[in-house]
Ligand binder design. Structure first.
Ligand code: MG
Length: 305
């Protein structure tokens, strides 16, 4: 079966007759799904093939942007504009309504970023992203190059002032990230296990201080098998994360509730569909979807700063 109940609560989160469907295949390593409700379309990256694709409900998939600068994570800002992590140029970009691309940031204190990986937007409009070196360690997902920074940080960018701030430098390979519903906690995964069998495979919960730095850090969940490349929250605050055998669902307490089995290694997920109750899953060569009995957390809307 596609669903595995680990705790009884999981039954309330999945419809009894839902199943995993494969929507598109042929990618080399797909990641970075973002949902555009206005077009009923999913945009996602195919990193080694240096392109982004677009899947439209009822029409199927095609190329959205090629080359894509070896894009990885995607999200939308409060104005609905596409925000993209690019391994190739080691930068964060924004796609404007006229199709032009604006560079948001590519350096920290004069030194090039490693290779921005995943990105989220807070309700105050600030843009938070992770910067591991996966895009520069070889020529498969970008261009091989040396790290200029001393570590792999989680950053917060104020797109109005341009200020770039380090949220934390304590993770080895920061990767996926998402805010708790009240935005007081930032969940960030450490995926060091990807290249080190002894490395971290955890989601950390960072308690944020008023100046947007991490005040404290606690272990939220250790993912087994595999690792948490990317994840999203539902409207009840549960965390739906990638794992080696599919998608795992964790309660806000950190308790594992259940799993969705996916036949390929999962990289990331995003909620979409007409009622935000359809989970889209990027997994190695394919994109899958599954209807859930719970909706995704609402997208942040413009709030006073
Ligand atoms: Mg990632």
């Amino acid at each position: 079966m596609d669903f595995e109940n680990i705790s009884p609560e999981f039954r309330d989160l999945v419809p009894p007759n839902s199943w995993v469907e494969r929507l598109h295949t042929g990618m080399r390593w797909t990641e970075g799904p973002v949902w555009f409700a206005d077009g009923q379309q999913l945009i996602f990256s195919d990193i080694p093939n240096d392109r982004m694709l677009r899947w439209v409900d009822g029409l199927g998939a095609g190329v959205f942007r090629e080359p894509s600068g070896y894009s990885n994570g995607n999200t939308r800002d409060l104005q609905g504009r596409l925000v993209t992590c690019e391994h190739g140029q080691r930068r964060l970009t924004r796609t404007e309504p006229d199709g032009s691309v604006t560079v948001l940031v590519d350096r920290y204190q004069g030194r090039r970023l490693n290779s921005p990986n995943d990105v989220v937007v807070k309700s105050d409009g600030t843009i938070w992203f992770t910067d591991p070196p996966y895009g520069i360690i070889g020529n498969y997902e970008g261009y091989q190059a040396r790290m200029e920074l001393d570590g792999c940080y989680v950053f917060r960018l104020d797109p109005v002032s341009g200020e770039l701030r380090v949220v934390t430098d304590r993770l080895t390979r920061p990767n996926g990230l998402a805010f708790s519903l009240d935005e007081k906690t930032l969940y960030v995964s450490d995926s060091a296990r990807s290249h080190d069998p002894q490395g971290a495979h955890d989601i950390l919960a960072l308690s944020l201080s008023d100046d947007a730095t991490a005040r404290s850090q606690t272990l939220f969940a250790s993912i087994e098998p595999g690792l948490a490349d990317g994840f999203r929250l539902d409207a009840a605050g549960n965390v739906w994360t990638s794992a080696g055998d599919g998608v795992h669902c964790y309660a806000p307490s950190g308790k594992l509730l259940g799993k969705i089995h996916i036949p390929e290694t999962v990289s990331n997920v995003v909620f979409g569909g007409r009622r935000l109750n359809r989970l889209f899953v990027t997994a190695t060569t394919s994109v899958y979807s599954v209807y859930l009995a719970v909706c995704g957390a609402a997208r942040p809307r413009s709030a006073p700063r």
